[in-house]
Write a protein that binds this ligand. Structure first.
Ligand code: PLP
Length: 300
């Protein structure tokens, strides 16, 4: 139906030398799909979990979200329709280009400005399509689903067994990626510490979502979710994140300011404070974000 892929793990020697720890990178940004990223792994697993492909998929996300773009591309490739309930600003950073891409692959969408309209709009679109006789599948925003968390558990077991890191560091948003990886680590003896670096949520809210995702993936875990690198909140950043992004790029690793740059800022801080000791083997789980980098607003 839809193939599930895996991505390479790379030892980045120059980045390791600059950070003073052994950095292996799980390159989910290089999954074989345009612009890559964790939404590719989560969404391909979501569709693989269904008995058959639907006629119409309805989901939601920000106008320029990686989730919505990936879903729209998968739909075009496999011949089902995607309808997206997009929130935010048609005129925001990169919005015109993000919408042009959705148009190009034939996705349809609503842009709602009031977040309280999202759920009712999804329900209206679902009902309309079902009334036409279409088989409709609604995917939770960000593909925050059981299948997504399970996909990350499986990938984590494989990568951790093969490379035996002492630490895993990953950007954590809605929580299925982090929760799945934590569930995988928990199933291995002598598994690594899995640290999720929040890209938007404070620890109280974020920790619960990650714990729930880990439970979906079959494990009770002690969640390590850090909100110290929010750097102004979701989609915002200061020089702190920007310098972590620059650290990646100058060592050949593309990072972005919304997701992976914050994870790298967290890793760098944990090395600087000595929490992660010199020379330790760290698996930096790269979740994508090249589109965020390319579509970002020009800042001085
Ligand atoms: C969505 C996303 C995340 C967050 O993943 P969650 O599973 O929602 O925690 C991290 N990085 C990138 C690039 C993303 O697009």
């Amino acid at each position: 139906m839809i193939d599930e892929w895996d991505s390479p793990v790379q030892h980045l020697r120059r980045l390791s030398a600059e950070l003073g720890v052994e950095v292996l990178v799980k390159r989910d940004d290089l999954l074989p799909f345009p612009l890559g990223g964790n939404k590719v792994r989560k969404l391909t697993a979501e569709f693989a979990s269904l008995d058959s492909l639907p006629d119409v998929v309805v989901s939601n996300g920000a106008v320029a979200s990686n989730h919505c773009r990936t879903l729209a591309l998968l739909a075009a490739e496999h011949g089902f329709r995607s309808h997206l309930v997009l929130h935010g600003d048609r005129d925001g950073a990169g919005s015109a280009r993000a919408l042009a891409l959705l148009d190009a692959v034939g996705a349809t969408y609503d842009v709602v400005t009031d977040p309280s309209d999202i759920a009712s709009t999804i329900e209206a679109r679902r009902t309309e399509a079902a009334a036409r006789g279409a088989r409709v599948h609604v995917v939770a925003g960000g593909c925050h689903t059981r299948a997504g968390a399970l996909a990350y558990r499986h990938a984590a077991v494989a990568a951790i067994s093969a490379h035996r890191p002492a630490w895993v560091v990953v950007a954590s948003g809605t929580g299925a990626t982090h929760g799945g990886i934590a569930a995988g680590a928990a199933q291995l003896s002598d598994g690594p510490r899995v640290v999720g670096v929040s890209v938007g949520r404070t620890a109280d809210r974020g920790t619960a979502a990650v714990a729930e995702a880990a439970r979906w993936a079959g494990a009770e875990v002690e969640v390590d979710f850090r909100d110290a690198y929010l750097d102004g909140g979701y989609g915002r950043h200061t020089a702190t994140t920007a310098s972590a992004v620059a650290l990646g790029w100058r060592n050949g690793l593309p990072l972005d300011h919304t997701y992976t740059g914050k994870a790298m800022a967290g890793l760098r801080a944990m090395v600087t404070t000595g929490e992660i000791p010199p020379g330790a083997r760290v698996l930096f789980w790269h979740t994508g974000g090249l589109a965020n980098y390319l579509l970002r607003e020009e800042t001085a």
